[in-house]
Design a binder for this molecule. Structure first.
Ligand code: 5GP
Length: 189
């Protein structure tokens, strides 16, 4: 998606050979117009798939997921990283190792939000080693629902996540695919 690639080129900061900072439009400050365009793009790519729900993980996947949910007219669920004290619901839970925080977290979703007949689109901001997406897929599968596909805003294709998800049989659609970082520059596939 050219608009996103241009934005990564102009506003992204390459922190080292594997980390990109995009906190001016995606990870802290959010550009709603860009989120809407990306939501439309995901909706277009998965339009033939009868999706019934979108599942993402807090917090950076939420904005784009809401936009995609708006266009596809389906509810958006986000996995929480911490259990809320106001919830005593039955939960689906799995452990995800965080690439950026270098720690394992339990991620949880209330059982009442996923049903067996759901066709779920998983969305997230980045794909690195595929831990977050695999964890979300595990939650969908614990509910005996179907993972219809996985949509990623920024795929770092030089890391193993995309390959891992494709090998596991999932459809992966990434809006920007990065081949490498070199001399502080982003090289797209
Ligand atoms: P994975 O679970 O695929 O190993 O990593 C994806 C998760 O780690 C995303 O949810 C995202 O929060 C974070 N992440 C991975 N790589 C980057 C990166 O280069 N920049 C930022 N900002 N987050 C990343």
């Amino acid at each position: 998606m050219d608009l996103l690639k241009k934005r990564i080129q102009s506003d992204g900061q390459v922190l080292n050979d594997s980390l990109l900072k995009v906190d001016s439009f995606l990870n802290q400050q959010i550009d709603p117009q860009l989120m809407l365009k990306m939501g439309e793009e995901f909706a277009k790519r998965f339009s033939g798939e009868s999706i019934t729900k979108i599942l993402t993980i807090e917090s950076s996947g939420i904005a784009v997921s809401v936009m995609a949910g708006l266009i596809l007219n389906v509810p958006v669920i986000f996995a929480r990283k911490k259990k809320s004290v106001i919830s005593n619901d039955a939960l689906y839970c799995t452990t995800v190792y965080s690439f950026t925080k270098r720690e394992s977290n339990n991620i949880i979703v209330s059982k009442k939000f996923l049903q067996e007949d759901d066709h779920v689109l998983i969305l997230d901001d980045f794909l690195a080693n595929g831990e977050a997406a695999t964890g979300l897929a595990s939650i969908v599968e614990q509910a005996n629902a179907k993972v219809t596909g996985i949509g990623i805003v920024i795929e770092k294709s030089f890391q193993p996540g995309a390959q891992k998800l494709l090998q596991a049989g999932y459809r992966v659609e990434s809006l920007a695919r990065i081949a490498s970082f070199s001399n502080g520059q982003v090289n797209f596939l």
